[in-house]
Ligand binder design. Sequence first.
Ligand code: AGP
Length: 618
Amino acid sequence: MCGIVGFTGSRAAAPILLNGLSMLEYRGYDSAGLAVREGDRPTQVVKATGKLKNLVEKTRGGETLPGDCGIGHTRWATHGQPSETNAHPHVSANAMDEMGSEVVGVHNGIIENYAELKQKLLNNGYRFYSSTDTEVAIKLVDYYYRKYRIGPIDAINRMMVRVRGSYALALMFRDYPGEIYAARKDSPLVIGVGKGETHLASDVPALLQHTRDVYYIGNHQSARLLPGEAHFFDLNGDEIELPLTHVTWSAEAAQKGGYAHFMLKEIHEQPQAVRDTLSSLVKDERIDLSGAGISAEQLAAVQSIHIVACGSAWHVGMAAQYVIEDLAEVPVRVELASEFRYRKRLLGPGALVIVISQSGETADSLAALRAAKAQGAPTLAVVNVVGSSIAREADHVLYTLAGPEIAVATTKAYSAQLSSLYAFAVELAFVKGKLDEGRYAGLLGELLSLPDKMALALQDKERIQWFASRHANARDIFFIGRGLDYAICLEGSLKMKEISYIHSEAYAAGELKHGTISLVEEGTLIVGALTQRDVLEKTVSNLTECRARGAYLVGLAGEDSRAAVAFADFSLLVPETDPHFMASLAIIPLQLLAYYTSVSKGLDVDKPRNLAKSVTVE
Ligand code: AGP
């Protein structure tokens, strides 16, 4: 979604803002802009559509915008077409070119009642130059500021009381040179205070090169930022203290680290991401969920589980369903967050709702969490971003320690989430009395062996790169499997679709013959996931049915099934582990297959078209 940055200090603001926006490009955008002010001179606003480099060129790297205080924005259109007029920053004056606006600002989120507020402002003499909800919010702040002759924080608080929706706002007031004001509800916003300067951003990577001690503003809280200072306020305008979070992510962790793309770097970071995540969940050879605040008694009381998520996080849920039901014998229902939030939710006694989200800001998943809480169900979030909205609103949080994930297509966060859910499943099964000590220790041992086995699976990349280059012009690719293999196919198919733009479908292998097999023709590429040996032969026969219709077959299996997949035209073999955990190994060749296919097509692997890293609007 949109990216916001802000800076006030003694250095030139524009270059710092542009660099910060470049670290947020992965959030997806269609235009960008800066507002910079020098002392008490009028604020200058410059905007450009398209890629950030257009704004960099327009401002000669920021040279044309002198000043040590400013805000910046990359816009992912929600209200109003992508255009320079609709790009942020927006101003409180009636026309964009009117210098000396009282309030200038940028916004990430959606103002749901902007139409009624716009009418109110029109009735009070305001005129609008854009079709954005953001312009309405900024003019509303200006309205309260002028009407009640109050300070910025009080004007912002009045706006927050009046507005419905989500926002992370950064504002500059003409009467307050050198200062930036911020306010937040539901959209992410983080503040970093350095020596004699203060930074603001939508996400940590934009701050890391300046400071790693950050504040996360809470809902309906606001901030006044001065050089080297940050003051926070509640909705009553009373100053409050916020906890300082020390970010351990190193600045270069958000860089590519020598890999061609963030995605390839993050694929290779998966062993470490899983190792770090498991190390936070396993103490003295026991799984310890106390960090999430979940007691053994609470686990024992769980009678059913509803896993709610979007996209790849939902695929994690699909895999976890098989693992939890098989080990703990607790019924699991996996639901798309965008469906769960609008359907009749049958959350009976003993129901636990698990929300999985890398960003912790996905609007549908956040809304689903709130819906579950409104029904009184205990909620557990599995999240990768400390301090994110979902993390802070869930009753319990299991943080994955995958580190910053920059590529839009998730890989290491997906794998880290899987490992968290495995640990949860094993502990739940043990607490439910379904595992004896020996089986528990065996499963835990396999769990802890995953990082090394994942590293081994990565070694096959040259073969996969060669194969991908030969099939990069495929028109359709099908991924088929049964049980956990079907869950693996769901993620493998999405990876292929979202970065190579090749149409792909994941299908339960037994379902293919109920219609979709009509699409199989000469040369159709079909990947068969065969890691679950109890259903392997069934899927092999489905694959050979496809070969009879001309399909080109890839067999993906554990190395002990090498003979069983010899029938395939191309095989992908991964190290063996407990069948419950095979998704963590089998997904690696599928991630690499998608990656190298995208690369051989010369596509923007890290920032695929139409996609955003975190979908913070419905
Ligand atoms: C994954 O590759 C996709 N980019 C997308 O499906 C993503 O998993 C989904 O939007 C959920 O995001 P979240 O985990 O941050 O909630």
